[in-house]
Ligand binder design. Structure first.
Ligand SMILES: *Cc1c(COP(=O)(O)O)cnc(C)c1O
Length: 398
């Protein structure tokens, strides 16, 4: 099939919910992808951060292959080895005491809100059910997570939404204090807002939020679906802030490209869930958990978190330099390998489209923001290639 046939069939048979770029990928390895015509690309999106350890990492392929030949699925009516091992690993690596496995980021966040609601009802008081989240946040696409997501234009077509969320501007402690009422039980934030445009929490802000939560007896939930597992140059983004959340969700980088999400909580909160309170038929299955175990091993053995911190710094400095060379870049944001640049003109989409034939895959958020989420194994050399292409493209509009 040639590419136009794919495009035509997609538009005929798939609901029109994605604005896709005109490329059909057939193979991936490390930071590279190949399309159906054999053209090679440098991938600075890594499947929206899912293929964090690089595409088709041999360790993940091997783990999945051997697991899939042995046992694919039995459900959570029984114990399976990979799930228990993964739970132990994640708890060991984080602030938390217990985890639960879901299939995606949105689903993990749903579980978080159920857990927090139940905990709050039992421990904070009957009328406490509201969670404060930030404007420009993104927490997923289920109805409840759409309500949590602080982007009114995304919510409008689907109203009425489930109640229980109020929104505040990020990095404004005064606004947060004002939004807290006798109904509030939790605050939920992304350490760096991803889909909303790469806006990090300021150091003093997130520390201040932790302090307010402690003073008022509220839970701090961090949605680390995008920032977690090395993406920001530390295993979890909260480590940059010298604080710990009470509950955290993870998903994107967890499965080495396979779909798995989880949430992790401190013991006292995790205890609110009793048998029957929450569950998942697919969640934490042997295949995805084996993939995640392999991916975590790769992160560790290949030093990818350290690589991310080093190359991320390099990349950010190069982007800032690029910004100073012309008049196109308003701001460079983010840290580790979760970086974005805000442009002076609404040409982000054009730049993404023009980078594609040059063999470089980048992402835009809206008209003005370019986002970079490369695999954590990229090198300075690969950053240089992208910077050069980006420089040429920015010049075309400058
Ligand atoms: C991507 C994302 C989600 C949603 O994850 P899905 O797997 O698409 O449901 C939730 N929160 C954050 C911060 C994300 O980046």
């Amino acid at each position: 099939m040639d590419i136009n046939t794919y495009i035509e069939k997609e538009s005929r048979y798939h609901m029109h919910t994605y604005s896709r770029l005109p490329v059909v990928f057939v193979r991936g390895s490390g930071c590279r992808l190949w399309d159906v015509e054999g053209k090679e690309y440098l991938d600075f999106v890594s499947g929206l951060g899912m293929s964090s350890i690089g595409h088709c990492h041999p360790a993940v392929v091997k783990a999945v292959q051997s697991q899939i030949e042995e046992l694919i699925h039995v459900s959570n009516l029984y114990y399976t080895r990979p799930q228990i091992e993964l739970a132990e690993k994640l708890v060991g690596a984080s602030f938390g005491d217990k985890c639960f496995f879901a299939n995606s980021g949105a689903e993990a966040n749903e579980g978080v809100i159920k857990l927090v609601r139940k905990y709050a009802k039992q421990n904070l008081g009957e009328g406490k059910y509201e969670t404060v989240t930030a404007y420009r946040s993104f927490h997923g696409r289920t109805m409840k997570m759409l309500a949590a997501t602080g982007q009114p234009e995304k919510q409008k077509p689907f109203e009425p939404l489930p109640p229980g969320f109020v929104h505040v501007p990020l990095n404004d402690l005064g606004a947060l204090k004002e939004a807290i009422t006798e109904r509030t039980c939790a605050v939920m934030l992304e350490p760096i807002q991803g889909e909303g445009g790469v806006y990090p929490c300021e150091l003093d802000y997130l520390r201040g939020v932790r302090q307010i939560c402690d003073e008022k007896g509220l839970l701090l939930i961090l949605d680390e679906v995008q920032t977690g597992l090395g993406r920001t140059g530390k295993m979890f983004a909260y480590e940059h802030y010298g604080i710990e959340p009470d509950v955290m969700s993870l998903a994107k980088g967890l499965g080495g490209g396979l779909p798995i999400g989880t949430f992790i909580a401190k013991e006292e909160i995790a205890r609110a869930f009793e048998p029957g309170d929450h569950g998942s038929t697919f969640g934490g299955g042997p295949v995805v958990c084996s993939a995640a175990l392999a991916a975590l091993r790769v992160l560790d053995e290949e030093g990818l978190v350290e690589n991310c911190a080093r190359v991320g710094d390099y990349f950010k400095r190069k982007l800032e330099k690029l910004g100073r060379q012309g008049s196109m870049v308003r701001e460079v944001r983010g840290f580790g390998l979760m970086l974005g640049i805000e442009l002076e003109q609404g040409v982000a989409k054009d730049i993404v489209s023009r980078a594609l034939p040059k063999g470089v895959i980048i992402n835009n958020i809206g008209a003005n923001i370019l986002r970079f989420l490369p695999p954590l194994c990229i090198t300075e050399r690969e950053v240089d290639v992208v910077i050069e292409v980006l420089g040429e493209l920015l010049n075309e509009f400058d």
